[in-house]
Each structure stands twice: as C-alpha cells, then as structure tokens.
Design a protein around this ligand. Structure first.
Ligand SMILES: [Zn+2]
Length: 105
C-alpha cells in the first residue's frame, strides 16, 4: 500500500520547491515518483521535427519528484504528516494521519 495516492495534497519537503503544496496529479509507481500539479515546472525547448506535426517552442510541464521528497498533507488537521495504517473491520487497511489520528482515506 502506498503512502501517497493520486489526488492527495502533498507538501514538498526538500529541494528547490520546499514548502510548496500541490495535488498529486500522477504516480509513477515503477520509479517511486509523483507528478504534482504546478510544482517542479520545467521548460522544454522543442523543435519541429520532420513532417510529423509536433508542438514547437517552449513547452512547460511538470517534472516528477521522488516520493521521499514529499509529505502528505492531512485533510483534517491541514499539516504535513507521517502516515500510519489502521486495519479495518473488513480486513483492508486505511491510512491514518499520525498527528491527529484521523483516517486520511
Ligand atoms: Zn491530521
């Protein structure tokens, strides 16, 4: 089970974007990376190539961050937090905020 899921609000805890918050837009599970809306924008300079119609110019897009560089922001206490787990009656597991003990899912 993953610490971070798509749609979570997270805060960047290290690097150039430390302190910025955003919503997880995409998860790259095999690389343990996440793409967060509006954070870590990179500019790519692209040239038109051959006959294939490609978008030329400067394209801005979000670059992935490693999950270890972000922390979940709890929707209940609105703080960045560590994630715990709680076993549910049906045998599933839910994520729990370690600050306020509320379930995040
Ligand atoms: Zn909380």
């Amino acid at each position: 089970m993953r610490r971070i899921k798509k749609g979570d609000t997270v805060e960047v805890v290290t690097g150039n974007h430390r302190g910025m918050k955003g919503t997880v837009h995409r998860i790259l599970a095999d690389k343990n990376q996440v793409i967060i809306s509006g954070i870590n924008i990179i500019k790519r300079h692209t040239k038109p190539t051959g006959r294939v119609r490609t978008q030329a110019g400067i394209i801005e897009r979000e670059a992935p961050l490693h999950v270890s560089n972000v922390a979940l922001v709890c929707p209940h206490c609105n703080q960045r937090t560590r994630v715990g787990y709680r076993i549910l009656p049906d045998g599933g597991r839910a994520r729990v905020c370690k600050s306020c003990n509320e379930m995040v899912d």
